[in-house]
Design a binder for this molecule. Structure first.
Ligand SMILES: Nc1ncnc2c1ncn2[C@@H]1O[C@H](COP(=O)(O)OP(=O)(O)OP(=O)(O)O)[C@@H](O)[C@H]1O
Ligand SMILES: [Zn+2]
Length: 731
């Protein structure tokens, strides 16, 4: 009987790449889905390889049998399996964990028969929607689902029915620069509002027209950007592929929806895919291009479990497949910027092609910067009078304003004026945040929530007051200060808040965004959630209330993040050149700061990303920071800080004794507590590992795995968990 090696999701303690062996009556194709026994359960697995049993071994091997093969679908491709192997290896996780994480969870509940039934049902499709699709478009050349296995007929897709604007000269140049190449990684560095989306869409059009099976993946950093994108892609490609042509892949779907979308992409029935980071792990019948919008966004990095970076995986996958990968941003990550550098006398060019679009559509101006020096005002001033006045003028003229504060809730902390008590979270080294809407104190790290007390819990005084401000308070204040105006059309100004709290309910965010687009709202208050990607048409002024915090952060990426956020935020202003001309105003970004002379703000005033990036890269090079070195974090959580650090020291000691491969090239720093040291009663500590050689760091980390398990076995009782974070986003 053949032996098959199967990836299953189980906590293996023997490290990476561990597969389980089973007997099978006949050979099973690699990539097949199977059900196998695991302990007392039977679980879904993916066959990795199949080999004839070596009779010499069989007596000792009491292998269990594969229970079922879910052969109603084509096996997962070698490309997909290669991606899983790379992801597991690179991010130091088990192959089974990564593979099963990439598959829709609802798949795990299917027997072979149920799987067959589901696929049959999906192939026949709901009758209603098919007739609707036909009626929707006579030019729907691909109305019938494409069977992956049967060679699809070569259809010529006429680009005439696709309603699209004439490209600007720089869009045309970008399209040619990227589209003329068969593969490669391209960094589309385009100003906010320069029309990057249109370039992506027309690139996709070419790819889809050239190959009747080709699929294009669009990735966005956050779910909240998906609806806008879905509408755009659908509107563009419905004449070719029908109204429901876009597969959606993000965590906002129900398990069954996710399964159906996954199948449609796996089978090649949907040619367009839109998703957040997890979409990069999808199984594609024929992936032909990947677009990653806002490529610099930290949300592309998964922050738990397998901590993969979806942008980096997309680049890897694109290289393997020889297909184009397009990274787009107005403020690229310094990594991508560096990778797209041109050659100098000292160093060769980077591997990415850089394509620039500096001009806005319609020739509109980028926002000019207004710095308000807050040191001229008392500390508790929330909004400078000059800013309030400017906003008042804008909204009276019919424009909209956006005010950003990266802190939700009413105030970051509640304090007692008598004894100095503060609303500390009992479980974290952080304050509980004051939320006025439901009169609660809430910890944003562990979720611990209590009622706002009437008396100080320590001294009994009633002298309790919120300290500092959050978006709730800002909204209240703006409503107070501007709500008494009467606008030209007789309305009173509407102040809407958009943040994680206001959008908790399903559909709430879409409704809020629609209100802004419709013009029902005059001032939008929010967190960074609304600062990026949205194509608001009537915003003339964007204000950032408290940007300075990031200037003092210990994280070396803080300036890069702040600059990107502020550029993105300023990019929401003045996107409709014609509208701005009509209202005879120019877009502005207002910053309230106590550091008006700061170099970061000077670069921002010039909208000079390249200048800012050059300075940052020089500093990073001198300090030996990424992208001039590679990093990984080894983190331990324990009941006490001592236990966490003791474990990390123990690992380092074992590593020294074992003399691991690559160690001469890897610097291992001493353990330190995390900035937020305790979360949900876990004390957290970390060790930074650094190397100028990615290969050496990888070899070292791989060899470290068994030592981690060894150290865990000897670890103090207080140790809760450890994890490895490769290419961490925050140190
Ligand atoms: N060739 C064109 N002719 C007319 N309008 C266009 C053209 N290309 C794009 N637009 C419009 O210009 C606006 C800005 O484009 P888009 O949203 O793609 O900008 P962007 O480069 O992605 O900006 P951001 O980085 O801020 O997201 C959109 O409303 C889009 O419909
Ligand atoms: Zn807490």
């Amino acid at each position: 009987m053949p032996i098959v090696a199967v990836a299953v999701d189980a906590p293996f303690h023997s490290g990476i790449g561990h597969l389980l062996s089973y007997h099978s009556e006949c050979a099973i194709a690699p990539g097949s889905l199977v059900r196998v026994p695991l302990g007392k359960r039977d679980v879904l697995g993916v066959v990795w390889s199949s080999e004839a049993d070596d009779p010499a071994h069989s007596p000792e091997r009491a292998l269990k049998d594969v229970l079922q093969v879910l052969d109603a679908s084509t096996p997962l491709s070698a490309d997909w399996r290669g991606l899983m192997e790379f992801t597991a290896r690179y991010y130091q996780r088990s192959l089974g964990e990564v593979a099963l994480m990439a598959l829709p969870s609802a798949l795990q509940d299917h027997t072979a028969t149920q799987w067959q039934q589901r696929l049959d049902k999906l192939a026949n499709g709901p009758k209603k929607s098919r007739t609707r699709k036909k009626a929707a478009s006579a030019a729907d050349t691909n109305a019938a689902p494409i069977a992956v296995d049967a060679a699809a007929p070569v259809v010529s897709l006429d680009s005439k029915p696709l309603g699209k604007p004439a490209l600007t000269a720089q869009q045309q140049q970008a399209l040619e620069a990227i589209g003329s190449q068969a593969g490669g990684v391209h960094l589309l560095h385009g100003a906010t509002g320069s029309g990057k989306t249109e370039v992506y869409l027309q690139l996709a059009e070419r790819i889809l027209a050239a190959d009747p099976q080709a699929q294009v993946l669009f990735m966005v950093p956050e779910i909240n950007l998906a609806p806008q994108w879905q509408a755009l892609i659908q509107a563009r490609f419905a004449p070719w592929f029908g109204a429901e042509c876009v597969a959606i892949m993000h965590s906002g779907l129900t398990p069954v929806q996710r399964l159906h979308e996954w199948v449609a992409v796996h089978q090649g029935r949907k040619r367009l895919v839109l998703g957040t980071r997890l979409a990069v792990l999808g199984s594609f019948a024929k992936l032909a291009m990947v677009v990653i919008d806002e490529e610099h966004d930290p949300s592309y990095k998964q922050q738990e479990g397998a901590r993969y970076n979806a942008r980096d995986l997309a680049v890897w996958r694109g290289k393997q497949l020889g297909i184009p990968v397009v990274l787009g941003s107005a403020t690229p990550s310094l990594e991508s910027w560096y990778n797209s550098r041109s050659a100098t006398a000292q160093s060769p060019a980077g591997n990415y092609q850089r394509v620039s679009m500096p001009e806005r559509i319609g020739g509109g101006a980028l926002a000019s910067l207004r710095l308000v020096d807050m040191s001229a005002y008392p500390r508790e001033t929330v909004l400078a009078p000059s800013l309030l006045k400017a906003m008042q003028e804008r909204i009276t003229a019919g424009e909209q304003c956006m005010v950003l504060l990266n802190r939700r809730g009413y105030a970051p902390v509640l304090g007692c004026g008598s004894c100095g008590w503060k609303s500390d979270c009992p479980h974290c080294s952080a304050h509980q945040v004051v939320h006025k809407s439901d009169r609660s104190l809430r910890c944003h790290h562990c979720g611990w929530s209590t009622r706002v007390p009437h008396h100080c819990p320590r001294c009994g005084s009633v002298d309790l007051a919120p300290i500092g401000r959050g978006t709730e308070q800002l909204q209240e204040l703006l409503q107070e200060q501007l709500g008494s105006l009467v606008l030209d059309d007789g309305r009173i100004p509407q102040v809407l808040r958009i943040d994680a709290d206001s959008t908790r309910l399903k559909g709430a965010l879409q409704e809020s965004l629609a209100q802004v687009h419709r013009g029902d709202v005059d001032i939008v208050v929010g967190t960074q959630m609304i600062a990026k990607g949205h194509d608001f048409r009537r915003i003339g002024l964007v204000a950032v209330v408290q940007p300075d915090g990031a200037l003092y952060s210990s994280d070396f990426r803080a300036p890069e993040r702040l600059f990107a956020l502020l550029m993105q935020a300023s990019g929401r202003a003045g996107r409709d050149a014609e509208y701005m001309q009509g209202s005879a105003s120019t877009p502005e970004l207002w910053l309230q700061t106590r550091e008006p002379q700061h170099v970061l703000y000077a670069a921002l005033a010039k909208q000079d990303y390249p200048g800012f990036a050059a300075v940052q890269l020089r500093e990073r090079e001198q300090a030996g920071m990424p992208p001039f070195c590679y990093q990984a974090l080894l983190r331990a959580d324990a009941k006490t800080q001592e236990d966490a650090q003791a474990f990390l020291r123990q690992v380092a000691q074992l590593a020294r004794a074992a003399s691991l491969p690559g160690q001469d090239w890897v610097t291992v720093y001493p353990p330190v507590p995390l900035t937020i040291q305790r979360v949900a009663n876990a004390e957290r500590a970390q060790v930074l590992l650094e190397s100028t050689s990615r290969k050496a760091l990888q070899a070292y980390l791989t060899a470290l795995q068994p030592l981690l398990h060894q150290a865990r076995a000897q670890a103090p009782k207080g140790l809760l968990r450890w994890l490895v974070d490769v290419d961490p986003m925050a140190i």
